[in-house]
Design a protein around this ligand. Structure first.
Ligand SMILES: [Zn+2]
Length: 693
């Protein structure tokens, strides 16, 4: 009789895979709990050792040493987060719920460790007398602030409560995210016969693919809440009652009674955030959150949002009249509703610009757009993406690349994993994440960077065709990816996208600009079947048509950002009794036309409630857009979208610098001056050309 081999925990063993990626094929959900426990213990031991040194605190024995601590925990957590976000299972979700509290408690214990903080504080006090280089000085300042913001200075009477708040928040935000995912995965609407009226071939193909992934008979069509299916459905379906049904399911995520109801979860999060802010001496959570941003305070965020919102609302009047006319002409009875707008807007677009997304899609296959993004990166930064199928991945759809840079020592600067397709086990949206950050503190670590998108996969044997917006998302996330891959810093805390959060969208949004370059479109937008380049007239119509609907997008986005600011700058102890009502009242006060709707409703607003990183922070896209619009103008002024000298400076000051330089300083070093808002207003069509500001 054979004895079963004891299962060695692969998370704790050395990773002997290519480039030391997680050995995904051997990792089981049950491995995580013991591995996390061991890794937390290991970091506790590292921290105790730093704190217990008899030598006086200095940069090397305290600050640099702390930057090296917790690496085992970080690599296990990164592997876990990758699975939880992109290929989850009930087992992974259970681990996520069970560990959210203990992980937050561990984090608090480290950041409130009195002996450790006393040493960090001592180095911080002496920092200007230590002869530190600029990056080391920056690390001392950032790290010290991390400790303070995590409660290190609160005093022993308040710290236990603060730690309890953080643990509860971790559990609640986990639940919030899982509830949204459950509501998304739980919805499917089979479409038969006349239900398909108005849908162009690419929507039908995506609906067939979604049906086959859900095990329905060949030839069936299913509507899901995947963005790349629901948005075109709302745009093209001529069946108003189905649009209504789909819209309500989409915007109702998180608001359904029962197990997945987020109404109380979100209120509990808000109540705890208020208490967290008060413990720090701030009047509101927004005050606390914004203290560590470029914007710096609520007033400067609201000034930008109010200005852009007001201009967009004015510009919306023209769009609204046209959409209403078009809906009336299509026989849609007033009052017009939120599920009618896209349908009406698309008819205006087709009438005015003879343009529809369906005509463009054959030229924007996923494969070609990936090549386009890679080609732009190569022309700007001299890097080459080389596919390597020997690199372990967690799902067969993920494609792994080595990132080659002839100028770098060793020739390879990182690994990139591209996970482009929607699946039921993946959360919605698009994002960049890291399995490992670049750094040179404690050996040379090559970054391992991931991009996730949620494109509806083409049927077997057929290509995946992107809308222009999908292609933009692809470029956007790859811009974040480059921020991680091109990082060239010493300390992990300052690496890649670990920058101030209203700076983090600059590299991503800036990279989108290259997709719009006529030269890039001419080179890469080719018909998937024939290889024929996209007709110039179609490109022109695409660009004209893109200007249509800008006010709608801006109003929806800024409306969401203003709701975020409103809900997080309240100073009352108790959150609003009904968040849906609070949202409606806020939008009414903003005069947002009800048939416009917003990007995200509070009860499924993952940016705000799946974690803290975008809470009182949805504005960051607009803040960064001021920068990206102004930054790309530098290439315009140079007369070459790939100007080598500018690109080199861009790599050095922005994409490579991480948080090693303060953002204002990094930007000024690239641009030679601080940004102006005018390029943003022009880009969004909000600047009357005859008015100067
Ligand atoms: Zn982004």
């Amino acid at each position: 009789m054979l004895m079963p081999m004891p299962h060695q925990n692969p998370l704790l063993a050395d990773w002997t895979t290519p480039f030391s990626l997680p050995p995904f094929d051997r990792i089981r959900a049950a491995d995580f709990e013991p591995a996390f426990a061991a890794a937390m213990q290991a970091q506790r031991a590292e921290v105790e050792a730093i704190a217990a040194q008899s030598d006086a605190a200095d940069f090397a024995n305290t600050v640099a040493a702390f930057d090296r601590s917790g690496r085992l925990l970080a690599r296990i957590d990164a592997a876990f987060q990758a699975l939880a976000a992109s290929h989850t299972s009930p087992e992974i979700q259970a681990v996520q719920r069970e560990l959210a509290g203990p992980l937050a408690a561990h984090e608090s214990a480290v950041m409130m460790h009195a002996g450790l903080f006393a040493r960090v504080d001592a180095v911080h006090r002496e920092r200007h007398a230590l002869g530190l280089d600029a990056e080391s000085l920056r690390l001392v300042e950032r790290l010290h602030l991390d400790f303070v913001r995590a409660g290190a200075q609160l005093g022993p009477d308040k710290q236990p409560r603060y730690a309890a708040i953080m643990a509860q928040l971790a559990q609640l935000t986990t639940r919030f995210a899982q509830n949204v995912l459950a509501d998304e995965a739980g919805f499917q609407l089979e479409l038969t016969g006349a239900d398909l009226d108005g849908l162009p071939p690419f929507v039908l193909a995506a609906a067939r693919q979604a049906a086959s992934e859900r095990g329905l008979p060949a030839g069936s069509h299913v509507l899901t809440l995947s963005r790349s299916l629901i948005v075109p459905f709302l745009t093209f379906s001529t069946r108003r009652e189905l649009r209504e049904l789909a819209w309500k399911a989409w915007v109702g995520r998180g608001e359904n009674a029962g197990e997945t109801d987020n109404r109380e979860v979100a209120r509990d999060i808000l109540r705890l955030r208020q208490e967290q802010a008060w413990l720090h001496g701030h009047a509101s959570y927004a005050d606390y959150a914004l203290a560590n941003t470029m914007a710096g305070n609520v007033a400067s965020v609201n000034t930008l949002l109010d200005d852009v919102y007001a201009r967009a609302l004015e510009a919306l009047q023209g769009e609204r009249t046209a959409v209403h006319e078009s809906l009336r002409a299509a026989g849609v009875a007033a009052p017009f509703m939120a599920w009618d707008w896209r349908f009406g807007a698309e008819r205006v677009r087709q009438a005015r610009y003879a343009f529809d997304d369906g005509a463009v899609k054959p030229y924007f296959s996923l494969e070609r757009m990936v090549q386009a993004a890679f080609d732009c990166a190569q022309r700007l930064f001299g890097i080459r993406m080389v596919r390597n199928d020997a690199i372990p991945v967690y799902h067969p759809d993920v494609v792994a690349y080595e990132v080659h840079d002839a100028a770098a020592p060793g020739g390879i600067i990182g690994i990139f994993l591209h996970d482009n397709f929607a699946r039921q086990t993946k959360r919605s949206g698009a994002w960049m994440s890291a399995l490992r950050w670049q750094c040179r503190n404690g050996g040379v670590d090559l970054p391992v960077i991931m991009n996730n998108n949620n494109f509806a996969k083409g049927a077997p044997g057929e290509p995946t065709l992107l809308s222009f917006d999908d292609a933009r998302t692809l470029f956007h996330e790859f811009g974040h990816g480059l921020h991680g891959l091109l990082s060239n810093v010493t300390f992990q805390r300052l690496s890649g996208t670990n920058v101030l959060r209203d700076f983090v969208e600059l590299p991503s949004q800036l990279f989108e600009h290259w997709l719009l370059e006529p030269e890039v479109i001419a080179r890469h937008a080719r018909h998937w079947k024939t290889g024929a380049p996209i007709p110039e007239a179609l490109v022109r119509r695409l660009q004209d048509a893109r200007r249509w609907g800008q006010a709608y997008e801006t109003v929806r986005y800024a409306g969401s950002a203003l709701v975020d600011m409103a809900v997080h700058s309240r100073i009352d102890k108790e959150p609003p009794p009904d968040l849906a009502e609070f949202e409606a009242a806020t939008l009414a006060r903003l005069n947002l036309p009800p048939e416009v709707g917003v990007n995200h409703r509070l009860l499924h607003f993952q940016h705000l409630f799946s974690g803290a990183s975008y809470a009182a922070g949805y504005y960051v896209y607009l803040w960064a857009e001021v920068l990206d619009a102004d930054a790309f103008d530098a290439f315009r002024e140079a007369g070459d979208a790939f100007d080598p000298a500018l690109a080199a400076r861009l790599r050095q000051c922005i994409y490579g610098a991480g948080d090693s330089v303060a953002p204002q300083q990094a930007y000024a070093a690239f641009r030679g001056r601080m940004p102006s808002i005018e390029p943003l207003l022009r880009k969004r069509g909000l600047l009357a050309e005859d008015v100067s500001y």
